[in-house]
Design a protein around this ligand. Structure first.
Ligand SMILES: [Zn+2]
Ligand SMILES: [Zn+2]
Length: 186
């Protein structure tokens, strides 16, 4: 039993690059570096007034290593400024979304009706949602960009937003003996 567990841990370490990093809603894969725009730079360039509370929220959304929902943004924001409330968070998210600076995701509804937000990336990426452990992996590929170009050229459709979410079982979960799947995924 112990040996299996050790192997499992070693395998987990080994396959780390393919998996969400520190948390289950983690993002960024070391295989294909994904670059994100600077919210502050974009907002300043668009003449948006940056209040103290907005600065706090921008910092949280920009620097998060996870896909955050509004409640999570609020929790982190309150640590810096207890006066920030959910309405302020939603207003900020709406402002960023309206200006095309963040993407809104439902991540295969693994977490129910929650919506998650992330800073726009320089090129689109896919989200792979593991239905076994809840990990969210990001995957960027030039093929995705080519597919969008092909669709646009063939249909004359001008794509503004592209979202590709795949649900399935991550590498770590599928390599795990069934009896350990629940325990070691936590
Ligand atoms: Zn998994
Ligand atoms: Zn993402």
């Amino acid at each position: 039993m112990q040996i299996i567990r050790k192997n499992d841990e070693a395998r987990a370490k080994h396959s780390r690059v393919l998996l969400a990093n520190d948390s289950q809603l983690g993002r960024s894969s070391e295989r294909a570096p994904i670059t994100r725009i600077s919210l502050m730079k974009e907002l300043v360039a668009r003449g948006v007034r940056i209040t103290r509370q907005r600065r706090v929220l921008i910092g949280i959304i920009q620097d998060s290593s996870r896909h955050l929902d509004a409640e999570a943004v609020l929790r982190l924001a309150k640590e810096q400024d207890p006066r920030i409330n959910l309405a302020t968070v939603y207003r900020m998210l709406a402002l960023l979304k309206h200006r095309g600076l963040i993407d809104e995701l439902d991540l295969m509804h693994l977490e129910g009706e929650k919506h998650f937000y992330e800073v726009k990336t320089s090129s689109d990426h896919c989200h792979l949602a593991c239905i076994s452990c809840g990990a969210i992996l990001e995957y960027a590929s030039p093929l995705f960009e080519r597919l969008k170009k092909e669709i646009a050229a063939d249909s004359g459709f001008r794509i503004r937003v592209a979202r590709l979410e795949l649900g399935g079982v991550c590498k770590m979960c599928s390599e795990k003996p069934a009896s350990f799947s629940a325990a070691s995924c936590e």
